[in-house]
Design a protein around this ligand. Structure first.
Ligand code: PMP
Length: 396
């Protein structure tokens, strides 16, 4: 009989040439338990998803309760589904007044797509400005604004009229004009290996968008919901976007994204054409119930307050001559090594020794550290010891 691993390779579509191939039978809190009997301390949280760790009991209870009441009833926006209503209300309580209307999607990419349509519809313009090394999703609109030619090249034609600027470079902002519908930006670039821009840059960007009547879209798929030490990363810059994208941690481990704007702007999607954006499953009641439960735990336990302290401890402990640089905000961190080969060796050794990590899409020479926000001091120390000994072993 073929093993699950063999069946995975033959029947589950692969786009990675080197999948990690771990087979997990259970995941709880900070740990994943594999069918090979090993347990792994999770330093990547399913790429910034599992902020509360795996299968948090409050989230599991919310999923069960909602699944027993009702699952899918009707396409998005027709029925009054209380998990959606409650979550939209709760999220907007934490947001500035102009971000008072939530469109729930299934994923981050769909949040990007929806936001791009909203920007076209409300400005009547077509140009999108984004940044080099930006990632906003893998669908064709989102791919069009991705800041990396290698990943785009063989999928052309994509959307016309896009421009990718250098991130964190104020001089580039003069290229934003009255033709620009929206600028879409990650307030901390994740897949470039954690690039934290200056407050001046983000504030100058906001000003330029105000001057030109361009909408400013913050993609907080990775940075949102506590990851950077604030509930939303835009709070670091004292700048408010016109559209906010959330995904990843938004569903508490269930698939959920959102684009959030003002009621006024969002209402343009219900006229000319009516049903200007449609989804069957977006805002699924079970996902919204899970997300709301997770959000309430996050907000209630003040987890966000501890994020920077935990991140600092990682930074203090991870000292080694082979680490060329450390980029960090909150619990988002990149350790830079010489090249991909060295990084991969260290990552493989970490995984062998029970610590799960990986690299970044546009920075394969950097190790990703973005654990669930619940990670304890003892777990941080254990993780750092394992990483340091993997670096030492990789030298030989
Ligand atoms: N935006 C950002 C900043 C992301 O990191 C990602 C996913 N890595 C996305 C959008 C797309 O999200 P999804 O994979 O849910 O489509």
């Amino acid at each position: 009989m073929l093993s699950n691993r063999q069946l995975f390779l033959s029947h589950v579509a692969q786009t990675s040439t080197s999948p990690l191939m771990l087979e997990i039978e259970r995941a709880q809190g900070m740990y994943m338990y594999a069918t090979n009997g090993k347990k792994y301390l999770d330093l990547i949280a399913g790429i910034s998803v599992s902020n509360l760790g795996h299968s948090h009991p409050v989230v599991v209870a919310a999923v069960k309760e909602q699944a027993e009441k009702y699952m899918h009833l009707m396409v998005y926006g027709e029925f009054v589904e209380s998990p959606q209503v409650k979550y939209a209300k709760r999220l907007t309580e934490f947001l500035p007044k102009n971000l008072n209307n939530v469109y729930f999607t299934n994923s981050g990419a769909e949040a990007t797509e929806g936001a791009m349509k909203l920007a076209k519809r409300t400005t009547g313009r077509t140009q999108f400005v984004s940044f080099k090394n930006a990632y906003h999703g893998s669908t064709q609109g989102a791919l069009s604004i991705m800041g990396d030619e290698y990943f785009k090249r063989n999928f052309r034609p994509l959307l016309p009229d896009t421009l990718q600027l250098e991130y964190n470079n104020e001089r580039e902002l003069k290229k934003i004009s009255e033709r620009t519908a929206a600028v879409i930006i990650e307030p901390v670039q994740a897949e470039s290996g954690i690039t934290v821009p200056s407050k001046n840059f983000i504030q100058a960007l906001r000003e330029k968008c105000n001057e030109t009547g361009t909408l400013l879209i913050f993609d907080e798929a990775q940075t949102g919901l506590g990851r950077t030490g604030k509930m939303f990363a835009f709070e670091h810059y004292e700048v408010v976007p016109d559209i906010l994208l959330l995904a990843k941690a938004l569903g508490g481990g269930m698939p959920l994204g959102a684009f959030i704007s003002s009621k006024e702007k969002m209402s343009s999607l219900s006229e000319n054409p009516v049903l200007g954006h449609i989804t069957t499953f977006g805002g699924h009641p079970v996902c919204c119930a899970a997300g709301l439960a997770a959000f309430n735990v996050l907000a209630g336990q003040n987890l966000t307050m501890q994020v920077d302290i935990k991140g600092k401890l990682f930074e203090e402990l991870l000292v080694h001559p082979k680490i060329k640089s450390k980029n960090r905000i909150g619990l988002m961190m990149a350790l830079e090594f010489e090249d991909f080969e060295q990084n991969k060796k260290i990552i493989d050794r970490c995984i062998e020794n029970g610590v799960l990590t990986d690299w970044f899409l546009f920075a394969p020479y950097c190790m990703r550290i973005a654990p669930p926000l619940i990670i304890s001091e003892a777990e941080i120390k254990l993780a750092c010891e394992t990483i340091l000994s993997a670096i030492n072993a990789a030298e030989n």
